[in-house]
Design a protein around this ligand. Structure first.
Ligand code: NDP
Length: 445
């Protein structure tokens, strides 16, 4: 987000390959020192945007919890004993999953030569956490209602935890950065918002694996299960609410199955650990990504059982298609292009780029889903999200907030990702964009 990417074409040294490579570096524009010399965009970006966003989102998640609740909940600034027990309990559980000895996974090496290390036990962590939580709900079902009714307090605790972490990341990034990825100094609130380091570690673990994968996404899973049970206790069993929770469980199970693939995405390789990503995963994901399920606790679904079954089936198809698109790329890369996609020899464009270890070769797949549009995985992701929001049909926009937000997020991400690829691969990316001209929907966009 907010990056200017400078590229220096260097075609001479790449004469032996199909297309010239680009030497690329990612850096930000340096804001003018004096406020009066800044453009309105600079002022907005560095001084107005971050505080405005931070205040509005922090207040916004509390407001959403109240709007979607049953009218008995109250604003919470500091949380409660209950909420701190829940939040710290989840944090410790998440930390243990990364501390226990086990297989390590090495993420992509940065341009400065740093190779991040992750724990490769995501799916086991997901299954064990879900099993323990289901057992807890079996023996003490009222836990589900307590979690739903204490959402404002839980979010207040998550907020404080996220703020403390972001302050730590800012200070650490300024005083003793570990991974020499620090940029020029910026206005402090902007640095707090954007983050300082791409791969900071804390208590022996990678911060983004902790906040994104092990806290935020697990909170998402456990909360949607809890909200389904809470709705059941309050209004009786609902197949539609079950479809909503089941689809998200399948989606999140798929995420944990593929967790090591996530370490190659923009969230991990480009975004710095700060308010944007860490607050996002510690607070926004539990508050907002779960919202379609949360809303149904106080507003029982209006859709029929047959519609619920149809929604479930549709959602499974979209999740499977999203997985299939991601899988085709991984399979193709794992086989270095020597493989069959949809029964035919895979076709691709050769590309080169410069990394810390010199010039490297890559291939851009042009067959299968990657030959239809350049980001079909995002399209299926959005359709899957709409399908698990559909059980809230009849209650206006509220149950659909997540899917609408995701649409904006992913369309914006298309442009971020394509800018990265255009600079990284240069002419090869331009060629790929000609061979596969549409970004998301063939013939439309
Ligand atoms: P992609 O999986 O589409 O990965 C994009 C990267 O793949 C590019 O940067 C490039 O990286 C490589 N690439 C692009 N085109 C090709 C090609 N034709 N052949 C080979 N490699 C190519 O995007 P994301 O990493 O953003 O998303 C991964 C998954 O996560 C998706 O399923 C997405 O829907 C989901 N997601 C979900 C979000 C949510 O909030 N729910 C948010 C974001 C993503 P390289 O430099 O390696 O060449």
């Amino acid at each position: 987000m907010g990056l200017v990417i400078a590229s220096v074409p260097d075609s001479e040294s790449a004469s032996s390959v199909n297309v010239p490579y680009q030497r690329y570096t990612v850096m930000e524009t340096i804001p003018p020192y004096l406020l009066c010399e800044m453009t309105p965009y600079d002022v907005l970006r560095y001084y107005v945007g971050p505080p405005l966003l931070m205040v509005s989102t922090t207040v916004g998640v509390q407001a959403l919890a109240l709007v979607g609740g049953d009218g008995t909940q109250n604003w919470s600034l500091l949380g409660s004993n209950y909420s701190w027990t829940v939040v710290l309990g989840l944090l410790v559980w998440a930390l243990f999953s990364l501390w226990i000895p086990g297989k390590e996974f090495l993420g992509p090496t940065t341009q400065l030569g740093y190779t991040p290390r992750y724990k490769a036990n995501g799916f086991q962590f997901f299954l064990l956490s879900l099993t323990v939580f289901l057992a807890l709900l079996f023996y003490r079902p009222v836990t589900a209602v307590e979690l739903a009714e204490n959402m404002p307090q839980i979010l207040a605790s998550c907020n404080i935890l996220a703020m403390l972490l972001c302050v730590y990341l800012l200070v650490k990034g300024k005083v003793s950065p570990q991974t020499n990825e620090i940029l020029e100094s910026r206005p402090i609130l902007y640095e707090f918002y954007r983050g300082m380091e791409v791969h900071p570690r804390l208590l022996g673990v990678d911060v983004k694996q902790l906040t994104n994968c092990r806290f935020g996404l697990l909170a998402w899973e456990l909360l949607v299960v809890a909200f389904f049970v809470a709705g059941w206790i309050k209004h009786g069993f609902s197949l539609a609410h079950l479809s909503c929770a089941t689809l998200q469980t399948i989606y999140l199970g798929k995420f944990y199955w593929w967790e090591t693939g996530y370490f190659d995405t923009l969230d991990i390789t480009l975004d710095r650990a700060g308010y944007y990503i860490c607050w996002g995963c510690l607070v926004f994901v539990p508050a907002f990504y779960t919202y379609s399920s949360y809303y149904l606790v106080a507003h029982p679904p209006l859709v029929s059982n047959s519609a619920a079954i149809l929604i479930l089936l549709l959602g499974i198809v979209f999740i499977a298609l999203n997985y299939r698109v991601d899988w085709e790329k991984e399979y193709f890369r794992a086989h270095k292009g020597k493989c069959y996609i949809w029964g035919y020899q895979a076709t691709f464009i050769n590309a080169t780029y410069e990394s810390s270890s010199g010039i490297r070769q890559s291939k851009l797949l042009t067959s299968g889903f990657w030959g239809i549009a350049r980001h079909l995985n995002y399209v299926f992701e959005i359709l899957a999200a709409f399908s698990w929001c559909l059980p809230g049909f009849g209650y206006g926009i509220w149950p659909f907030l997540y899917a609408l937000f995701l649409t904006v997020l992913l369309v914006h991400r298309v442009f971020r990702d394509e800018e990265k690829c255009r600079v990284k691969y240069g002419a090869a990316w331009v060629k790929y964009s000609k061979v596969v001209p549409y970004r998301m929907i063939p013939g439309v966009f």
